[in-house]
Ligand binder design. Structure first.
Ligand code: PMV
Length: 326
């Protein structure tokens, strides 16, 4: 019987509070967003894994016998395939892997974790092995570790489980229901500056270790923001939520994650009426999030575009995690 193509998808995420600090064990708040990465596995009959990713501009044939790629961006994929082969002692099956990303790539929105999770789910179905979500999480983490070095695991947790969470490294994520009052929204804007999460994380960690007697207080402050942010969400206090986002941004600036282009975009958003604004993800570029009242949203979006930001869109929080598409 001819095997059918299998498609799985996983969501991107935003970190609302606590990126970077989370790497050293403080709490953070993250939410899965409605934009997703889709991975389709199409069966083939040779000994090749072919990857076709138009958004990343990657088209490559990887021989199953070698599992080595010319392109560094494919290292997570070959790493996951080797892990599946060795851990489950299975014969890997050749396939064409077609990727379609609704998320800008390298923009702090978790596109690499979403790819890893969607690939893991689609490929496990393709090779017909038993799995559960925790296994998909384990495989995706292999991909994320190769992509990012020392990831906190927040992106992978969001891609696999979806929803909104308070996340602390090494602990079960605590699910939270994050709702904005209907007359408010969050906007994402991409600075258009690509950067390596690994490099920013290393820079921030190095600064923290050189200055720990002072910067430990910044990490403590970042952790305290989490309780205030949950309270602001629960009470629908958007003025406070915006203020906390600005405060979090100040802490991120202090530890070295911001950049001139980020600050310019954030200040533009505030100038046009944003209630609060911060980078999301690793920083030095990537994406920012802005809290606005709906009546100001058009103005803020136009302002963001006028500073050179791209992919400016409103975001819905709490999207579902990795799933098969039928
Ligand atoms: O830029 P992203 O989407 O990879 O997010 C990185 C988030 C950090 O907190 C900076 C690193 C991590 O592993 O949590």
């Amino acid at each position: 019987m001819k095997q059918e193509a299998i498609t799985a998808s996983a969501p991107g995420k935003i970190i609302l509070f606590g990126e970077h600090f989370v790497v050293k064990g403080t709490r953070s708040i993250a939410s899965a967003i409605t934009r997703r990465v889709y991975v389709t596995i199409v069966p083939r009959n040779d000994d090749v894994i072919r990857i076709e990713s138009p958004e990343a501009n990657v088209y490559e044939n990887i021989p199953l016998t070698k599992l080595q790629s010319k392109s560094e961006v494919l290292a997570p994929l070959t790493g996951m395939l080797k892990y599946i082969r060795d851990k489950y002692t299975v014969k890997l099956k050749p396939a064409t892997i077609k990727v379609k990303s609704e998320l800008p790539i390298g923009a702090g929105l978790g596109s690499s974790a979403a790819f890893s999770a969607a690939f893991a789910l689609a490929y496990f179905n393709y090779i017909d092995l038993n799995y559960n979500k925790s296994l998909i999480h384990e495989i995706s983490m292999i991909g994320e570790k190769i992509a990012h070095g020392n990831p906190s695991g927040i992106d992978t947790t969001m891609a696999v489980y979806g929803g909104s969470i308070v996340y602390k490294r090494g602990q079960e994520p605590v699910r939270v229901d994050l709702k904005l009052p209907s007359d408010y929204m969050l906007i994402i804007a991409n600075t258009g500056v690509e950067r390596s999460t690994r490099e920013v994380v290393e820079h921030v960690l190095n600064r923290a270790s050189r200055t720990w007697s002072a910067s430990s207080k910044i990490y403590e402050a970042a952790d305290s923001l989490i309780d205030l942010a949950i309270e602001a969400f629960n009470k629908g206090n958007m003025k406070l939520l915006g203020e906390l986002m600005d405060l979090n941004q100040g802490l991120l600036y202090a530890v070295g994650a911001s950049s001139e282009v980020i600050e310019r975009i954030l200040w533009t958003a505030r100038y046009y009426g944003g209630l609060g604004a911060k980078l999301t993800g690793a920083g030095w570029g990537g994406s920012v999030i802005v809290l606005v009242s709906r009546k100001n949203s058009e103005k803020v979006m136009r302002g963001l575009l006028s500073t050179g930001a791209r992919d400016v869109f409103g975001v819905t929080l709490g999207a579902p995690g990795v799933r098969l598409e039928v």
